[in-house]
Design a binder for this molecule. Sequence first.
Ligand code: BES
Ligand code: ZN
Length: 620
Amino acid sequence: MRLIAILGFCLIASCTKTPPTMEKPVDRKDYHSYSNPDQIRVTHVELDLAVDFPKKVLSGTTRLTVERSPSYPTGPIVLDTRALDISKAESSVDGTTFTETKFEVGPNDSILGSPLTVQLSPEAKFVRIHHASRPEASGLQWLTPAQTAGKKHPFLFSQDESIHARSWIPLQDTPGVRQTYHAHIHFPKELLAVMSAENNPNVYERGSFEFRMPQAIPSYLIALAVGDLKFAPMSQRTGVYAEPSMVAKAAKEFDDTEHMIQAAEGLYGPYRWGRYDLLILPPSFPFGGMENPRLTFATPTVIAGDKSLVSLVAHELAHSWSGNLVTNATWRDFWLNEGFTVYFEWRIQEKVYGKDRVDMEASLQYDGLERELKTLKPEDQILHIDLKGRDPDDGVTGIPYTKGALFLCTLERAFGREKFDAFLRGYFDHYAFHSVVTQDFLDYLEKNLLDQNKELAAKIPIDEWVYKPGLPADAPHPKSEALIKVRGLAGDWIAGEVKIADIPTKDWVTAEWYQFLTALPEDLGPEKMAELDKAYHFTATGNDEILDQWLKMAIKNHYAPANSRLRTFLIEIGRQKYIKPLYQELAKTPEGKERAREIYKIARPGYHPIAVTAIDNILK
Ligand code: BES
Ligand code: ZN
């Protein structure tokens, strides 16, 4: 593809006689949106939506403010939708008088959904669409009271990244378009609604609420949740929303959040979004966290009771710079969001918890990447990944995250922390509230870092990092002294050189336990599993990260005493990072697959639509 682009360019270049030094053409097209923002662009979204729990429908109107490009004086606007019912389209010149206009919903593509083409007069500045979501909308999960902690009230939440906003809002669903938004949400009066916008924890109106997001954000960051929520403040600008039974525990777990913000600000400039709150979702939330601006959505599985999994907050917070302030313009630039965020997460953690903790987490993440590299096709090991014709969620692997972060570590190592930090801060400031493609970053890098020391720059295989599979030969390899010790002890125990009672586990943190388990051989056998369980009670652990690893081992080693815990875990938790590998492991044997199907039958109604699609695929 790149080759064709370059060849095509050379042809044009030779006939127009441009000097040979001119740069490569940059492909800014988002292949995951039908919209035409280069012709006519949405700048503001106005939502008026009612939440109908019995019907599982979110319906109402979306009014878009649009701006035509001078080169497109007439012609329709194309929006994205997926399984979204459209009943009427209107347009307006002044935003108050609307007249009905023609619209057409195109054929459905299983990944992209359907284009919605709306006819507009040359003068129209506003489009208003009347729409209703379907119960199976991929961007929404509707929970019955039984699926919540409190068991009394239903719950609704959205999850729009990568391209799920279009299943409940008709808009230009591409991260290359930024818009401010305003929303009027109507919901049952006993509940509370929150959005990725200004939430005022002190104003609580029953039954309807207005939200304002005054900063321009990409569509995948528009988020909504409605449920029986309580708020607990943590600092002047941070707090937690959660179901009443969870909120105190959550606020305690995450009370380092303010420190993290200050650490982040010290690195890369002021936090620009006003408040930073967390929303703890029911356990069916399919991800660890989602960086919805001003209001990170998080899984309850990170509440371990000892703050050992709060790197998730450092990560989602870091997105307030890398991702939300400077956004990947297309999904093939996803590493600009996640790689920068993992690097930034490590830096925040180092400031708040010290270098040893980061070394441990980075080392585990590196091991994970090495394992994953063995399973990924070469073309999927590339940072600037080609996702044309594929679901952008297919690009969510360790590559954008860990390889992306290691690339930045390489630059830091070469130029020194001070220079690199100044460079990154400049990058965030320069592109603040803009969406950028990989080439924008590379150009900025060249001009503001590489050109300052060409000798150093020549040693970094930039092209290999960004456009080639695998890891370059001199890639950093994070190591942790503490984990090296743990690996040694695991090996000694297996070799019979040390007894379980003599392993000094008293001060071990989660990362050390995790390393201990992952360092053991895959074919441990049920007796050794039983010995471990007797000594350390893994089957009963309250730490879901450890439990998940233990359960994977239990399946592999036919360790029956963990069966019932596996069953309840799969039924109660919907976080894909945990459940996907467990179902995959079960599906490896005919008996396992049968067991998996039997559990899934019960679990499926409680899973998020995207998790359902993933597990259906594993067990089909
Ligand atoms: N933005 C991602 C979540 C995401 C990515 C959702 C792509 C849908 C498509 C979020 O910031 C994230 O990376 N979450 C991680 C946790 C994090 C600590 C690595 C997750 O959910 O596992
Ligand atoms: Zn992330």
